[in-house]
Design a protein around this ligand. Structure first.
Ligand code: SF4
Ligand SMILES: [Zn+2]
Length: 521
């Protein structure tokens, strides 16, 4: 006890009133409050530091106790069976007896869910599985069809890789899905360690853990891991933890339960700790509660004013590679959200593209728009877009002239810079690029004499508004057309300013047809 007491008080901080420091075990034991705390918690409540002997266990950041692991699994699985969200891929995986179909259904869902919210994926997933219910169906699809179905979901290379993977499995493996995480990762394009583990555990029951953003958040809080999860060494520690923890009899459910917990309870900013099924095993949760109780006993104001200094595992030597780094210590006001440590994201590249919505068709015709196809590799591979020109840095001021010159490729004539009408900007954030589209509009009107004959190149076509909406175009392009139509509409209304009644303007509009009504109220 003496040893423990000395350890407890060996880390006195400056600013702590000397008379409040228990100087000896005897002095400590004289206090009723201290006696109680020693008995129940094993440390002195009058110290500003929680003793290493209490907080710092040798195996502080891992699960080393078999009974604890068993209890953690049981609590998590019980909660998951009761509270899991009803999602189409879960139904498919649970109800499909054919292992290849089951794994295919999980594979599609896991790829769609990469970087994408569940709510956005559900509709796409249902349409995909209806159109291509098996690997064989997908292998026969064209990239154009895949891109059309994927349009709007983002990260388009994912759809392409699914199709490439299906073709590979059909041609090389007789349509059989690989049965292990190792094989899945080796054979399927776009399938990394996490996706391979998820498919193998959910579809084939392989006992392997998985680590994604949700799992990192849960594990870092449960084991108080404050080291940077982006570091490869630390990432390996998370994988080791996940493998140690996964339930051997229900690995698929366990992995999904961990992710479900991270998505619905242990959320990034507002975790619902009171409802958490594993709070009994959560170091971060216990830290917050203990610190709160502990400092409330001494001086509640100290806790709330941010002066609490919660001891970390092995912080005495600064040697623990899993603790919060000394440069970013525990911040009381953040509670459990001190974990995981925020990784410094690489700033996205800033790019600017000039885009022209080229329209043809007069008042008595449905307008059509020229779209051109992007190269088959690289960003937005194979997708269709309005003629666009990536602007060089510093050339933004010459963008109109550059775009007009570029348009000659597509329309075969000189395009007068003055005919390009600027209609605004559309911002689109890709994973690594912050792209601003400067949108222009050009109406190819024979009567105005700004075009004679359009040269249609192989990778271009004219489409109506409906055809455009059903084609493989990105969200940014859809927004661009919407912007043009809204802008032209308002311009027409302002110019004509006629037929105004009840807050609406009737427009003999070139864009929407003869009887279009615009609500301007
Ligand atoms: S107790 Fe709170 S911090 Fe810990 S795992 Fe549960 S929700 Fe996350
Ligand atoms: Zn530590």
């Amino acid at each position: 006890m003496e040893k423990l007491h000395l350890a407890t008080h060996s880390k006195l901080r400056t600013g702590w009133a000397t008379e409040q420091q228990p100087k000896s075990l005897k002095q400590c034991e004289e206090s009723r409050l201290c006696k109680g705390a020693w008995a129940t918690r094993g440390y002195c409540p009058r110290s500003r530091t929680i003793p290493i002997s209490v907080v710092q266990q040798p195996l502080f950041h891992i699960f080393s106790n078999a009974a604890e692991i068993k209890d953690f699994r049981k609590r998590l699985l019980t909660w998951y069976n009761k509270c899991k969200r009803d999602l189409p891929w879960r139904k498919m995986a649970a109800g499909e007896a054919d292992a290849d179909k089951r794994a295919y259904a999980v594979w599609v869902s896991e790829i769609m869910l990469q970087q994408t919210q569940v709510a956005s994926v559900i509709g796409y997933y249902n349409r995909w599985m209806q159109k291509w219910p098996t690997l064989q169906h997908l292998a026969e699809a064209s990239l154009e069809e895949v891109n059309e179905l994927w349009a709007g979901l983002g990260y388009y290379s994912r759809g392409k890789r699914l199709q490439e993977g299906a073709r590979k499995l059909v041609s090389q493996m007789a349509g059989r899905m690989p049965r292990t995480a190792e094989e899945l990762q080796k054979l399927l394009p776009g399938v990394g360690k996490y996706t391979a583990g998820a498919i193998a555990s959910i579809a084939f029951g392989q006992v392997t853990g998985v680590v994604d953003g949700n799992v990192i958040r849960v594990l870092s809080r449960v084991r108080a891991i404050g080291a940077d999860p982006a570091s490869s060494v630390i990432a390996e520690r998370f994988w080791a933890l996940a493998h140690a923890l996964v339930d051997p009899t229900h690995p698929g459910d366990f992995n999904q339960a961990m992710m479900e917990l991270g998505a619905t309870v242990c959320t990034p900013k507002a975790p619902l700790c009171a409802e958490c099924p594993v709070k009994q095993h959560c170091r971060a949760y216990h830290w917050v509660r203990r610190a709160f109780t502990f400092y409330s006993l001494c001086s509640p104001s100290l806790f709330f004013c941010g002066m609490v200094d919660v001891e970390e595992c092995d912080s005495s030597t600064g040697n623990c590679s899993l603790c919060l780094p000394p440069s970013e210590p525990w911040e009381p006001s953040l509670g459990v959200t001190n974990f995981p440590r925020k990784t410094t994201k690489k700033q996205p590249r800033i790019e600017c593209t000039a885009t022209c919505v080229l329209q043809r068709g007069c008042c008595d015709q449905q307008p059509e728009y020229l779209i051109v196809q992007r190269p088959s590799s690289g960003l937005l591979a194979g997708l269709w877009e309005f003629p666009s020109l990536l602007l060089k840095p510093g050339h933004q001021n010459q963008q109109k002239a550059a775009l007009a010159s570029h348009l000659q490729t597509w329309v075969g004539i000189d395009v007068a810079v003055g005919h390009l009408q600027p209609v605004g900007e559309v911002l689109h954030i890709f994973s690594h690029i912050r792209q601003t589209y400067k949108i222009y509009f050009l109406n190819l009107d024979k009567e105005k004499g700004n075009w004679n004959e359009v040269v249609e190149l192989p990778a271009s076509r004219w489409v109506t508004k409906t055809e455009f909406q059903n084609s493989a175009t990105s969200t940014a392009m859809k927004k661009s057309l919407w912007k043009v139509r809204a802008c032209m509409h308002i311009l027409t209304a302002a110019t004509l300013n006629m037929g105004r009644s009840n807050g609406c303007i009737s427009l003999p509009c070139t864009l929407y047809g003869a009887s279009c009504v615009l609500d301007v109220s």
